[in-house]
Design a protein around this ligand. Sequence first.
Ligand code: ADP
Length: 265
Amino acid sequence: YIQIYAEKIQINNVWVGTMLVLRDVTKETESDRMKEEFVSTVSHELRTPLSSIYGFTELMLNKSFEEERQLKYLQTIHSETGRLTTLVNDFLDVQRMESSEQRYQMSTFDIVELANDVTDFYGASHTTHTLAFAGNGPIMIDADSEKIKQLLNNLLSNAIKYSPDGGTVSIEVQNQDGFAEIKIRDEGMGIPQEAMSKLFDKFYRVDNSETRKIGGTGLGLSICKEIVKHHNGTIDVESTVGVGSTFTIRFPVAVISTILTYETE
Ligand code: ADP
């Protein structure tokens, strides 16, 4: 974006020329656009669960319902509160990452075991999909285990969110030429080609009727990208609309793991 500013130059009241100033305002325009998107996302994403919590609690306070109905309302209130918590955490994470306040607690651990635990934990609370895990450990990496859990949770949550109930989400971990490679594959709606280059940008969401119905902040993948970058890893996506998507993450294997592999060979 270029801002053009013109000024008449006069000497002794005689017009001698015009000065043109061209300023590159791409950065400012981009940041204005982000701010606008932020405000609209926050207001929509916060208002929707809040009004539903408010509505259901008010209903329950003013009227008595049979147990089954009560339970249904409570479940809605519970899941909407969960949604708000995720939302607030995502916003805070992005804010922390931008102000480089984020601290990483590095340790060496087996990524196969961690991915298996995350899958089991996630599978227990998301019974609409089958979660299939494959991987033989140990594959040791140097990383912040909490951040890696968050990364896998975000990708699993998307895989489930953007694919129909009854589908399978598969998680595969393997050692690929000195890299721990994790693949998360779904049988969902897929991602259009033109969205690929913007997918990991903050607040970006594929704009179609299906994704609009699903809801989200467009922050999850930007957080994933930051976490991966911090661990000298990579994140890639392959997708076919109507068939499904595969997200692939790679982290360098820890030196200790390489030594162990040599010893056993
Ligand atoms: P959110 O899910 O909150 O919108 P994300 O940053 O996690 O934000 O994802 C950005 C966008 O990428 C989503 O809005 C969705 O359009 C698309 N997307 C992410 N993961 C998938 C997936 N597994 N299948 C299809 N689309 C996806």
